[in-house]
Ligand binder design. Structure first.
Ligand SMILES: [Zn+2]
Length: 433
């Protein structure tokens, strides 16, 4: 007797949630090593226009891996007294002084957009962050100039061989305006219909240490911005606040630096530079606690309390084979691998179940671990105070998420950006966590 073949049950592959890394000064080493080891399970890399020489090889590797290669033209910094620098001055769209709105109007705007389009085409970028600026509110003159710049840039890209290069609108603004419904309304009106493929939100003062109130306001803002029907990415917001935005489908993706830059803070742009700019170094990410510490601080903590080392040292064989030794020696690599895994794991759940899964599997264990940490012995007074604050913030975050889920009013359904492989129609086999 022959049996009719049973139909094969094929589980549909969920679209991965967006994750992009902003490459800092020394991050080409970490990202290149990860490429060499086959780790490319994220969407793309953001390249600072002032680091093209330093990151040239990384750009080629990201291109070969079919990841998005995204140009940041640094225009948000170029128009500020503290963000302007000699490196920025040397960019083709530099004008020998901080940019003013008039540079982005009329014939000057056309010239600058031509230079930017040529730069993006010459370096084979797949996406460009629009040359936007830090806007104070919805009636800031920069907003009007920026929207026109985007239209001009699209035009110049199309005419100079860059038809396939997508534009991302980077909306950079203070948190006070971001949370203000009236300001949002006028910004959304201006952004409606601009020729971009996605919207990145860069809210000054928001990030990994955001309070539950700030997170609730961020979710409310995303609800409004989702009306524009662009995929939305939360730029430089990490930790549980960032992952919460993904879990609640308030945004479709996140960007972050490598173990730094999980919070966007533009305060240094608004005051004159004093001396050489400070370069932040990667911190050691304790994923089970949603906490980052200076390497020396983490070393002392684990040396004084072996129980904490056992509980919170990396035991992931794909990440740190030598445990805490690798965590301390390569904190950026540890961070990248852990963040990729967190986002990939979240993306495996349908968006209707994701908030509850996130609460149960991420937030609850993290608050429990934070409680254990706050009771640990051998901590100096400063660390005790800091860990207690961290624990209270996490507890409040857990409460907020529980309430949001119980209220049943979190159906946000943010669009998720397409991966470059999806856009270009090549097999997506390489995208796996
Ligand atoms: Zn690790």
């Amino acid at each position: 007797m022959s049996l009719a073949p049973l139909p094969r049950l094929i589980k549909p592959v969920a679209q991965p949630l967006g994750l992009y890394f902003r490459a800092g000064h020394n991050d080409h080493t970490t990202l290149s090593q990860l490429f060499a080891q086959g780790q490319r399970s994220y969407y793309g890399v953001v390249f600072d226009a002032t680091r093209m020489d330093r990151h040239r090889e990384l750009l080629k590797e990201a291109e070969r891996a079919r990841l998005e290669c995204i140009l940041d033209p640094c225009t948000q910094a170029t128009a500020t007294i503290g963000g302007y620098s000699e490196k920025i001055e040397r960019l083709p769209w530099g004008v020998g002084r901080p940019h003013v709105v008039e540079d982005f109007e009329g014939s000057s705007q056309t010239t600058l957009m031509s230079k930017l389009a040529d730069f993006a085409v010459r370096h084979r970028f797949s996406q460009v962050l629009a040359p936007t600026h830090y806007i104070r509110n919805g009636s800031d003159p920069w907003l009007f100039a920026d929207v026109e710049s985007v239209c001009q840039l699209r035009n110049r890209l199309d005419r100079s061989g860059g038809k396939g290069i997508e534009i991302i609108y980077s909306l950079c603004l203070p948190y006070a305006s971001f949370r203000d419904e009236t300001q949002r309304e006028s910004i959304i009106t201006r952004l409606d219909g601009v020729p971009v493929q996605s919207l990145w939100l860069r809210a000054d003062g928001c990030g990994t240490d955001s309070t539950p109130t700030a997170l609730r306001n961020y979710v409310a803002a995303c609800r409004d911005f989702n009306e524009l029907e662009y995929p939305i990415v939360a730029d430089q917001i990490g930790g549980l606040p960032g992952l919460s935005l993904l879990a609640l489908s308030a945004v479709g993706g996140l960007t972050t630096g490598l173990a730094i830059g999980e919070r966007f803070d533009a305060s240094h742009w608004h005051r004159p530079q004093k001396g050489r700019p400070y370069m932040a170094h990667p911190r050691v990410y304790l994923s089970a606690l949603d906490l980052s510490l200076d390497p020396d601080e983490a070393k002392v903590l684990f040396e004084r309390n072996l129980r904490l080392k056992g509980l919170f040292g990396c035991k992931d064989p794909d990440c740190c084979i030598r445990g805490t030794v690798d965590m301390f020696e390569k904190p950026a690599r540890h961070f990248v691998v852990q963040r990729i895994k967190q986002v990939a794991e979240l993306g495996q759940h349908p968006d209707s179940l994701r908030p509850a899964v996130f609460l149960d599997r991420y937030v609850r264990p993290t608050t429990d671990h934070a409680l254990q940490l706050s009771k640990a012995t051998g901590l100096d007074e400063a660390l005790q105070v800091r860990f207690a604050k961290h624990r209270h913030r996490l507890d409040a975050l857990r409460l907020l998420l529980s309430k949001l889920i119980e209220s049943g009013q979190i159906a946000l359904h943010a669009r998720i950006p397409k991966t470059r492989a999806m856009r270009e129609g090549v097999p997506t086999r390489s995208y796996s966590a």
